[in-house]
Design a protein around this ligand. Structure first.
Ligand code: HEM
Length: 361
């Protein structure tokens, strides 16, 4: 499609699909022409805001989400990783459920300021929120929607309590930092703060789970890459970037055109939906040499798996750090990593997410 129909309208889904690197780049860069705003319910959520509201909110949360604050989490992430792997030491494990799912959930919950003893609550809520309703029957869809709404209410209530406690007794955590952060004398409202906490859980968990799983999947599928990485552990950050390019956890990003415009040789009308296929752009041969080859030391690697422009992933430094520590600890603990099942892998049932449900190693 990238070669034959780089920009095409799909009548069955009522949207434009954009596949080539330069076109995807342009759509993500031009936030005036391609809006992120969707419906009114999503209006409190950074991901679905346009400037000037987006700029104000993003500046505010950036203050608390600095690379330095994230780097300080490294020892904690390391110990969470080691604890989880210790529990399945010496045995076969399902990488997804035993390690790659709980790890980022626990990290975000503790970053926000939730006490360690509430870990299992966060795991339960995040599983419900990411449960896919795609391809579900009407009845199943209704059940999933009800469960999600219930989980959202429980989560909102949970954060309300933490916010109340932290506003009286600040601690060294993200919620306390967000409570005092100000832009032009304005702070976040409690509602905005709660919805930001929920966004972090929704945006940061399944994506990081899939980054870790997709990375281990590369090692199992391409033994020569595994050997090369064992010999050169310093290449782990470069390996993580190439995993992001080659098997991106999010393969597509949606926008709405705000005015009539051209992409490639096609005319997109105001109000039409535009899907940017990052997964296809990351394999564009005009940007990457031998794009279908996994190149451990690829440089430069301007993949767009964290998006591009004003909505560039806020959690990218955290995801990169978690990916690096996960791989480091796995490679230190095990002499070799192998997939131990010949059953077909079950993909996560979503057109926007790339990952598998289980990965026994
Ligand atoms: C935005 C991918 C991890 C929080 C985004 C976007 C992408 C993305 C593609 C842009 C969406 C758009 O333009 O509409 C990923 C991937 C991750 C990851 C692949 C893991 C490998 C995280 C983590 C967090 C996080 C760990 C937080 C703890 C966010 C937030 C936004 C965002 C808050 C919205 C930023 C904005 O709208 O200004 N992410 N993400 N993400 N991500 Fe991530």
């Amino acid at each position: 499609l990238r070669r034959e129909a780089p920009v095409r309208y799909d009548n069955s889904r009522n949207c434009w699909d954009v596949f080539a690197y330069d076109d995807v780049h342009r759509v993500l860069k031009d936030s005036l022409t391609f809006s992120s705003v969707r419906g009114t319910a999503a209006g409190q959520n950074l991901l679905f805001m346009d400037p000037p509201k987006h700029t104000q909110m993003r500046d505010l949360v950036n203050k608390a989400f600095t690379p330095r604050a994230i780097q300080e989490l490294a020892p904690r992430i390391q110990s969470i990783t080691e604890d989880l792997l210790e529990q399945v030491s010496g045995q076969e494990m399902d990488l997804v459920s035993d390690f790659a799912t709980p790890m980022p959930v626990i990290v975000i919950a503790e970053l926000l300021g939730a006490p360690t003893e509430d870990r299992s609550l966060f795991k339960k809520w995040s599983d419900i929120l990411v449960e896919s309703a795609e391809n579900a029957t009407d009845e199943a869809f209704q059940k999933i929607t009800e469960k999600r709404m219930h989980a959202m209410q429980e989560l909102a209530q949970y954060f309300k309590n933490i916010i109340e406690i932290r506003s009286k007794h600040p601690q060294d955590d993200l919620i306390s930092a967000l409570l005092i952060a100000e832009i032009n004398g304005e702070k976040l409202t409690d509602r905005e703060l709660i919805s930001f906490c929920i966004l972090l859980l929704a945006a940061g968990n399944e994506t990081t789970t899939n980054l870790i799983t997709n990375g281990v999947r590369i090692l199992a599928e391409q033994p020569s890459v595994q050997t090369e990485l064992y010999r050169n552990l310093d290449a782990i950050p470069s390996f993580i970037e190439e995993v992001l390019r080659y098997y991106p956890p999010i393969v597509a990003i949606g926008r709405i055109a705000t005015k009539d415009t051209e992409i490639g040789s096609q005319t997109v009308k105001a109000g039409e939906q535009v899907i940017s296929w990052v997964g296809a752009a990351n394999r564009d041969e005009s940007k990457f040499s031998e794009p279908d080859k996994f190149n451990l030391l690829r440089k430069p690697n301007p993949h767009m798996s964290f998006g591009f422009g004003i909505h560039f992933c806020l959690g990218a430094p955290l995801a990169r750090l978690e990916g690096k520590i996960a791989l480091q600890v796995l490679l230190e603990r095990y002499e070799e990593i192998k997939l131990v099942s010949d059953r077909p892998l079950i993909p996560i049932p979503s057109s926007f997410v790339f990952g598998v449900k289980n990965y026994p190693i």
